[in-house]
Structure formats: C-alpha cells, structure tokens
Unconditional design. Structure first.
Length: 436
C-alpha cells in the first residue's frame, strides 16, 4: 500500500530491472490498462550510447526559451528520482509522483497475476508514470530519452516528430549485442516511417545499419558532418564557442554553457533537432532564443564545475566512449595543468580500458576508489586489481573509500591544478549530494 513519497519510491525501486525476453507487448498492455496516456502528445525521441543527456538538456532549454512548454524524461537521475520527469526543467512534485504511483500500483499487481513472465519492470513503471503525468499537464512537446537501446525500450511506443541517434559505441553489450552493428540495430528501432532522423558521427558499421533502416522507413537523415556541421572557434577553452551551419542557420555563432569539446557535436545535433521540431510545430526559428538556450543550459554531472578555486569538476564518463571523449577534452583544454583524478567505475563496464585511457595522459595523478553502486547486482569494480597493468607517469593511489580519497586529493591540489571526479554517474551522484 502506497501512502507516502517514500512508499512510492520503494515500490518503484523494488521492481525487477530486466526480463529475459525483450518485448514491447507488456508495455503496450500496461498503457492500455491506464487509458493510453501516451496518446495525443507530441514527442522528440532521443537515443545514443553517449551524449543523449546533454543533447536533451540543450534541446530542452532552446525550446523552452522559444516559448514552448516542454516535458522531458531522462535517466539516470543524479540526486533525486524526480529529475527523471520534468516540465520546463522543473521536477515532478513528490505529491504528484506519489499520487500517480498510487494510481498505477493496482494495475501492476493485476499484470503480475495475469502475465506468465510477471508484470512491468522498474523502467516500464517509470515510463508509465511519466506518460500519466504529461497526459495531465499537456505540454507542447515531450522529449523522451531512451533508457537502453531503442527497439525494445519502454519509451518506444510513440510516433515522434523527430528521432535522434547521438552516438553508437560499446555499452550494455549484454542486452544490445556484441558488435557495433547489433547495437546500432537496437538504436535504429526508434526510426519511424516518414519521421526525420538526426544522427551524430557514427562508426561505419553502425552508420550503415542506421542509413539502411532510415531508407526502409522513408526517414530523411540529417547527419553531423553532412547536412549540418559545427566547429569550435576558441581552441583550448573549457567552454566552447561554436560556429554551426545547417538548415536555416548559416554561420550561427553560440557559446555553450556545458564544458567539454564533445559538447560541440551534441550542440549541433540539438540545434538541428530544434530547427526540425520548431518547423514541424509551425513556430518561427528565433536565433536569439537558440543562443540564449545554449548559453544557459545546465546538466548536472557532465563536466560540471562544483568548486571554483582550485577547480573541481564532476563528469560521469561512465563507459569507454565517454571516457575517450573526456580524455580528449583533458588533452585539449588542460594540457598545461596537473590533473588529480578520483575514479570509480561499475564492475559491468570496460573498466580496465577506461582506466588505460586516463593513464595515457602524462599530467594525470590517478586515485582509484569504490562506491556503493546502484544495487547488489551492479557493484563497483575493484580497480586496485588492475592498476599494476597501467603505465603511468605518477604512481596510482588507492583509496579504501571515496570520502577519504576525496579529502586526500583535495589536500594535494595546488592553486593551478584541476581535480576531476569521474567513472560512473552513480558515483558522481553520491559525491554531488555532498558538494552541491
């Protein structure tokens, strides 16, 4: 029986995470029992191995600044569950979350009894709560971020105005497949008949799959580096200034509030998607609104500056492609500083390769640690086991717990140095609660 916000969260988090056989049938039945709350709203659907969160954040802010009421559904949350479901970047209230979960609970129990494989998973319940909430609020647009993959993701029950695939890289291979083509095939599942698709720069094997699917679905492709482009015009600055070309915008200049060179591509994808969305909604594109949106986007845990002097940054580079993008930013923008890095990674990631990326930087002082992880089935990796294989300029330190490690690294920092906490968004979440 759900009587409080805490009860609602316990109910949601108490559900199974995955089922053995992926299907959307259970989700569709679940929504049908709830009156199909997903119908009647307009959507943009976003997937990708990395970059989808930042792309959603920039797109959302540009559309809000263009005068729209915008709902968004993102994951994982950094500090509170309510961050997943937001209207105009304001979290769903505890009261609304509790009330909607109370409404959903009996339907979940009913399906538990009826279905041989059991009722909805945790993420299916998250998705249903979101659809019910936005059915009440009726925003002009909802930006849906895929949980994992695309084809069988519980968000994939809608017909969007635009589909977006930011990147395809190695992540969630257990569920999506062990080649980039297989992973891309899962992500291509959000491409819909006659709906335009915006894509980032993809590896050839992944790109081939996406383009083939788009052709079969008569979906116009807008590809970074072809139909639109962006470049950084202020080299070696943490926050990029970009020049974008594409659609109705020619030599469009904007400053990004989100740090890191990898945000240049994400911003370009967001600008292209914003143009397509506004055009489909019959709203004129206002250059000043787009610039303001990009300059004022905030996205916690992505190259986020939490302490100014000396700088302490949080970045949830939670998989190998994310870590490679982070290392490129560190190499480009912090080559003249010593970087002290506290890192903890989930055991189901390619943590040895991720550490190797960080170790390749000559100005890095590494400290490995651990954290509690999102649950008993997803523990933190024991990074101390692999550091003997790393070739580093400075000896790698080991912290028994991240709290003592954070304090120790903080004390070693000089005024011209930088401290970075990275490795897992769940780890970043733990630290951010204390620092923010």
């Amino acid at each position: 029986m759900i009587e409080s916000y805490a009860d609602a969260l316990n109910f949601i988090h108490g559900r199974t995470k995955f089922k053995k056989i992926p299907t959307l049938d259970r989700m569709r039945l679940f929504l049908k029992r709830l009156g199909n709350p997903q119908d009647g709203l307009k959507y943009v659907h976003v997937t990708g191995t990395n970059g989808k969160g930042s792309t959603v954040a920039m797109l959302r802010k540009m559309l809000i600044d263009s005068g729209l009421n915008v709902g968004s559904f993102t994951s994982p949350f950094i500090t509170r569950f309510n961050e997943r479901i937001e209207l105009n970047a304001e979290q769903i209230s505890d009261a609304d979350l509790t009330r909607i979960t109370q409404k959903i609970e009996p339907v979940v129990h009913q399906l538990d009894q009826e279905l041989a494989t059991g009722g909805p998973t945790e993420f299916e319940i998250d998705t249903a709560i979101m659809f019910c909430y936005f059915a009440e609020k009726k925003p002009d647009l909802v930006i849906l971020e895929v949980g994992i993959g695309g084809r069988y993701d519980s968000t994939n029950v809608i017909l969007p105005l635009v589909s977006v695939i930011t990147t395809v890289g190695w992540d969630h291979m257990k569920y999506l497949g062990n080649t980039l083509a297989k992973i891309a095939d899962q992500k291509a599942g959000i491409i819909k008949e006659g709906v335009p698709t915006v894509i980032g720069q993809l590896p050839d094997s992944a790109r081939d799959v996406i383009l083939k699917t788009a052709m079969e679905k008569h979906s116009s492709i807008y590809e970074l580096g072809k139909e639109f482009s962006a470049r950084k015009v202020n080299q070696h600055a943490v926050n990029a200034e970009i020049e974008y070309n594409g659609g109705k915008l020619h030599q469009f200049h904007a400053s990004l509030s989100l740090a890191g060179d990898y945000q240049v591509g994400n911003a370009a994808i967001a600008i292209t998607t914003a143009q397509l969305t506004l055009t489909k909604l019959g709203i004129p594109i206002n250059v000043a609104d787009l610039k303001k949106g990009l300059m004022t986007t905030s996205w916690p845990g992505r190259m986020e500056l939490v302490i100014d002097e000396p700088p302490v940054l949080l970045d949830g580079a939670h998989n190998l492609p994310g870590m490679q993008a982070l290392v490129k930013t560190l190499r480009d923008d912090f080559s003249d500083r010593e970087i002290y890095i506290l890192v903890a990674i989930l055991a189901d990631k390619q943590y040895d390769l991720m550490l190797g990326e960080l170790a390749s930087l000559g100005n890095v002082h590494l400290m490995v640690t651990n954290f509690s992880g999102p649950g008993p089935k997803r523990p933190s990796a024991n990074l101390a086991d692999v550091i003997s294989e790393l070739k580093t300029k400075y000896p790698v330190q080991i912290a028994e717990n991240w709290q003592s490690g954070f304090v120790k690294l903080s004390q070693e920092l000089g005024s011209d140095d930088v401290m970075l906490v990275t490795g897992s968004l769940y780890f970043i979440s733990e630290i951010r609660k204390i620092l923010k």
